[in-house]
Design a protein around this ligand. Sequence first.
Ligand SMILES: *[C@@H]1O[C@H](CO)[C@@H](O)[C@H](O)[C@H]1NC(C)=O
Ligand SMILES: *[C@@H]1O[C@H](CO)[C@@H](O)[C@H](O)[C@H]1NC(C)=O
Ligand SMILES: *[C@@H]1O[C@H](CO)[C@@H](O)[C@H](O)[C@H]1NC(C)=O
Ligand SMILES: *[C@@H]1O[C@H](CO)[C@@H](O)[C@H](O)[C@H]1NC(C)=O
Ligand SMILES: *[C@@H]1O[C@H](CO)[C@@H](O)[C@H](O)[C@H]1NC(C)=O
Ligand SMILES: *[C@@H]1O[C@H](CO)[C@@H](O)[C@H](O)[C@H]1NC(C)=O
Ligand SMILES: *[C@@H]1O[C@H](CO)[C@@H](O)[C@H](O)[C@H]1NC(C)=O
Ligand SMILES: *[C@@H]1O[C@H](CO)[C@@H](O)[C@H](O)[C@H]1NC(C)=O
Ligand SMILES: *[C@@H]1O[C@H](CO)[C@@H](O)[C@H](O)[C@H]1NC(C)=O
Ligand SMILES: [Zn+2]
Length: 445
Amino acid sequence: MRSAVTVSVLSLAYLQLSAAHVGCNGQELIRRQTVQSEGQSTNPNTECQGYSYAPLEAIQQNYPGSWVTASILPNDTEALALYNKINTEVTAQFPNIQPHGTHNGSFAGVQYNSSDPDCWWTWSNCVTPAASTGLQPDWASVPEPETFGLTFDDGPNCAHNLFYDFLQENNQKATMFYIGSNIYDSPLQGLRGFADGHHICVHTWSHQYMTSFTNEVAFAELYYTRKIITELFGVTPLCWRPPYGDVDNRIRAIAKGLNLTTVMWVNDTADWTLDEPNTNNWPTVDANYQYVIDGASNGMWSEFGPIVLAHELTNMTMTEAMTYYPKIKAAFRHVVPLASAFNVTSPYAEGNVSYPDFKTYTSGQTNQTICQGRCDAVGETTSSSATSATGQMTATTASTHSASVTASAKASSVVVAKTGGAKRSRWLSGGLTIMMAGVCGVIML
Ligand SMILES: *[C@@H]1O[C@H](CO)[C@@H](O)[C@H](O)[C@H]1NC(C)=O
Ligand SMILES: *[C@@H]1O[C@H](CO)[C@@H](O)[C@H](O)[C@H]1NC(C)=O
Ligand SMILES: *[C@@H]1O[C@H](CO)[C@@H](O)[C@H](O)[C@H]1NC(C)=O
Ligand SMILES: *[C@@H]1O[C@H](CO)[C@@H](O)[C@H](O)[C@H]1NC(C)=O
Ligand SMILES: *[C@@H]1O[C@H](CO)[C@@H](O)[C@H](O)[C@H]1NC(C)=O
Ligand SMILES: *[C@@H]1O[C@H](CO)[C@@H](O)[C@H](O)[C@H]1NC(C)=O
Ligand SMILES: *[C@@H]1O[C@H](CO)[C@@H](O)[C@H](O)[C@H]1NC(C)=O
Ligand SMILES: *[C@@H]1O[C@H](CO)[C@@H](O)[C@H](O)[C@H]1NC(C)=O
Ligand SMILES: *[C@@H]1O[C@H](CO)[C@@H](O)[C@H](O)[C@H]1NC(C)=O
Ligand SMILES: [Zn+2]
């Protein structure tokens, strides 16, 4: 009999801060090995200090560098085989869809059929591919009325502890769209997101306009992000969100080949503009949040609920999210992560995480459960947890043993090269000393 237990990585992991080692300029690089050790501080400088993490060091040569445009690595035969399979299908189905515009989003001079045959969101806000394509509609809203689909993009932010503490104190989970390069740079912060029970999805490796890429690059941007999540968190996501919403049927088909559901939004907070220098965008972003909130009393959300675009990108976006969270809670009947909104009780390919469905989540049981083996395995029951009609586990606090140990062992097993990359334009402020492949330097993040 297998047991289902609640994730409690934070309470089980040991503090292992002591073993510092020498980094780039002879300074000591902190070795952080556990989610807890990284999760302790809410001082952004401490949180974002470089650290090394052995599970990442062991695999990092199998990934594109930090903030490098992904492509299939020369010797990656597994990636290549999967790409060849997906590419064959995609080119057969969509032979006429060419890349659009530029990687930085400049679509000046783009020639495109104004009737939007490719369901290109950037062109037309299309989220519903023609039925003949066999592609599912994107998730852009949640089916339940008066229900707010809570999502945050662009994490893990190295300085997210205050924000994640806040979500935890509110027993609130969200769907988190993680950038592969950010996981590569801040693996323990990413691991905390998973351990906290947030619903983890892919947000590409280097956060560029996906429709501008060839099939191979678009595949690699998704593939390596998915893979680093599998290798470091132990689960494979089944959802993704295109940066800037830039998706068309060709990109959707590549994502589908990787079993990734495309997730969009109906309303945008535009919170990322809070970071723009010499501007005061707070009133605009306030108004955007308030508009969605007002919808709860003016009938806008009487048939379905919004999925809202917001970010973990900066201190300002997180601050704004924390400011508006109580107002959202007060205005909406429910505030839920997308897995719960759609009753996706098995949100990762391995099947060893059971997520609360809508009814369970909204009854206050918001924790995920990690099972040893598949949660839906025959005979899977424990005395301390309920089994729902569909066989999935509901979370329990009663026993925090094996699976928690597994997760914390993963978190604490060894050590991440705090690698940083060249390309990082508008992300975070502050400098960080980095070490990458033996090359030392200071980058402005
Ligand atoms: C690819 O593999 C070959 C043989 O194992 C090795 O010599 C070469 O350095 C590898 N290339 C890269 C880019 O990893
Ligand atoms: C975007 O990319 C195009 C082509 O690569 C380049 O000509 C243009 O200057 C870039 N624009 C910005 C704002 O970086
Ligand atoms: C534009 O797309 C429509 C289908 O949406 C198609 O019937 C038409 O032939 C296309 N026009 C061109 C010039 O490709
Ligand atoms: C889920 O199962 C896979 C094996 O299928 C394992 O490698 C992974 O560590 C498990 N994940 C967690 C979070 O326990
Ligand atoms: C997608 O899911 C199917 C069904 O679970 C599985 O057989 C297939 O291997 C998955 N594909 C990828 C690329 O993970
Ligand atoms: C917000 O979403 C609703 C529902 O889809 C839509 O009717 C409305 O136009 C959206 N508003 C904005 C400003 O995007
Ligand atoms: C934003 O930064 C300030 C100054 O460092 C800090 O006091 C505050 O807690 C941060 N807010 C969040 C949400 O991290
Ligand atoms: C989720 O399950 C509940 C029953 O618990 C049902 O009422 C609701 O329609 C389901 N939602 C979806 C999107 O399947
Ligand atoms: C959910 O998990 C947290 C630890 O992350 C624990 O403190 C809390 O009691 C759990 N809640 C329930 C209802 O099981
Ligand atoms: Zn983004």
